[in-house]
Design a binder for this molecule. Sequence first.
Ligand SMILES: NC(=O)c1ccc[n+]([C@@H]2O[C@H](COP(=O)([O-])OP(=O)(O)OC[C@H]3O[C@@H](n4cnc5c(N)ncnc54)[C@H](OP(=O)(O)O)[C@@H]3O)[C@@H](O)[C@H]2O)c1
Length: 244
Amino acid sequence: MQARAQLPVAVVTGGSRGIGLEICRQLKALGYLVVLGSRDLRRAELAAKELDPEGERVFPCHIEPDNSVNVHQLTDFVREKFGRVDALVNNASTPPDMWALAGTTDLSPVAEALDVNLFGSWRVTQALLPLLRSSPRPRIVNVSSEGGSIALMSGGRPAYSVSKAALNALTRMLAGELYRDGILVNAVCPGWTATEGGGAGGRAGTGAGSRSAAQAAASVVWAVTLPNGGPTGTFTRDGRELPW
Ligand SMILES: NC(=O)c1ccc[n+]([C@@H]2O[C@H](COP(=O)([O-])OP(=O)(O)OC[C@H]3O[C@@H](n4cnc5c(N)ncnc54)[C@H](OP(=O)(O)O)[C@@H]3O)[C@@H](O)[C@H]2O)c1
């Protein structure tokens, strides 16, 4: 077995359920040490226990992407425990504001979506960047949505869609800025998936998303496991490019 210090380290936000939990499961199976984040430490502990009863590979962590004090604590935790980060998966997200319209929506859910989906991902990325620079294969994956595709956008779900479009823009900026440092930065839409965020309480067969959380997570893990020199600044699902 590889010595623990040689194993790659991944940080996953919103990892206690849905696609985030599956991303953690798949990364652990690939040999990563996984920091499983949740806004609720108890939920993170229960999820980590489910994936890794021995507590050797999956480490629960209180992560609130929209709280800068907490994000600094996250950096301290990861620096002290592992000394570097090989993959950051910005997965945490507010759910889609299904029936809202841009012309009439209350702006407070829009502000919340931007705070979590855009600024939260941005904040965690900035905080962990020095630890990503210590990795031989650093990757940042922003879990986005086709709903954030400006090319495909018409109307509806304004808070979610605008926040994911902004997350896509951030992905392009970081990819351009970090390219020379060998940090690959990509956005992935996992597809419409049977989770709480995907609608109908995540119950498959109820008209909620048709993909399983495992299929959706595999789309994200593809971008985590790209080789050095691989694509950066892309927006994909299942490794295939989506329109921006
Ligand atoms: N499901 C789909 O059909 C679909 C389609 C396209 C894109 N996506 C994207 O895939 C990712 C995972 O989605 P999912 O379907 O697994 O959703 P989910 O089941 O609702 O899980 C979302 C995660 O984000 C965290 N979260 C929720 N609200 C938050 C808030 N206000 N502040 C901070 N964290 C919050 C939660 O973590 P804690 O409560 O543990 O902190 C939760 O684990 C998201 O980025 C989503 O936009 C999903």
